[in-house]
Design a protein around this ligand. Structure first.
Ligand SMILES: CC(C)(COP(=O)(O)OP(=O)(O)OC[C@H]1O[C@@H](n2cnc3c(N)ncnc32)[C@H](O)[C@@H]1OP(=O)(O)O)[C@@H](O)C(=O)NCCC(=O)NCCS
Length: 252
């Protein structure tokens, strides 16, 4: 059932009339200024001027961290998404706790702690919002290649888990496709709740729905049992050669 749903979604058109990826994106040129003028939390602030004007409330408000604010999930129709959300297996959506939501990465996800979540995996320095959005659009310009998923807390609109599928086009195996699982990360406080499993399950579902003949990924020895729980088995060895200038890092 799940496989059929993914395949159906794959064959459906995932482009709008302008030939851009589904759903209809907002003007990419305007995304940066638009998202910075109207970040998700601006709705909360603009709806509460009377409450905030009281000195005691204002003092309490100013002592809050921005992540403490209850920000309802931004609807997907208001976001510029990396790929068609219908590609996400329905079984994964249904298996998530009600307070969580899974969707494709959005161009404004730098506002939702995407880089902070990735930093549990590897050094992830902050980048300017415009740089984040440029990288997003560079990836989306390679159609049917990058699939980054995020799981968000519906109340805070912040990302708690992420992972990427990269689809490689080969000449062998009759122009075969290989799915690469990359950058699976779950925020430290949310680990052990099956979110890494759900992200990986969804990425494999997309990979198989795309017709990849195999899905592979690199991991540390410590994470081998996790990938085995996700249905992977150990195969061959990973080789890596970092360039001379890359600082020695403990992580990937
Ligand atoms: C590795 C990581 C993605 C796992 O995500 P998670 O949400 O914490 O793990 P899950 O709850 O989905 O685990 C699924 C199963 O794998 C097991 N598991 C997870 N990590 C494990 C580990 N390191 N060793 C042994 N078993 C592990 C869980 O116990 C669970 O088993 P169960 O089904 O019997 O209950 C997450 O811990 C993480 O982000 N770590 C830091 C970044 C990282 O190393 N990423 C991996 C990149 S290759």
């Amino acid at each position: 059932m799940e496989q059929a749903a993914v395949s159906d979604a794959t064959t459906a058109s995932n482009r709008n009339e302008a030939g851009d990826p589904f759903p209809k994106p907002r003007d990419a040129e305007n995304m940066f200024s638009d998202s910075m003028e109207n970040p998700p939390f601006s709705k909360f602030v603009s709806q509460a001027p009377a409450r905030l004007s009281h000195p005691m409330v204002a003092a309490e408000f100013s002592s809050l961290h921005i992540h403490d604010l209850k920000m309802p999930l931004t609807p997907e129709t208001e976001l510029d998404l990396l790929f068609n959300p219908l590609l996400i297996p329905q079984a994964v959506r249904e298996a998530l706790p009600r307070e969580l939501h899974i969707r494709p990465q959005a161009s404004s996800d730098h506002l939702r702690s995407h880089l902070t979540v990735l930093s549990v995996l590897s050094p992830t320095p902050t980048v300017a919002p415009g740089e984040y959005e440029r990288q997003f659009h560079a990836q989306r310009a390679c159609p049917d290649t990058y699939y980054t998923l995020v799981i968000l807390n519906r109340e805070t609109d912040q990302i708690v888990a992420t992972g990427t599928l990269f689809v490689e086009r080969k000449f062998l195996r009759g122009l075969g496709l290989v799915g690469h699982i990359e950058d699976v990360a779950v925020s430290t406080s949310q680990q052990g709740k099956k979110l890494g499993f759900r992200i990986t399950q969804a990425l494999v579902g997309i990979s198989e729905g795309r017709g990849c003949y195999k899905t592979i990924g690199n991991c540390s020895t410590d994470n081998i049992p996790f990938y085995e729980k996700c249905g992977f088995r150990l195969k061959d060895h990973e080789m890596a050669k970092y360039t001379k200038d890359t600082p020695q890092m403990q992580k990937l």
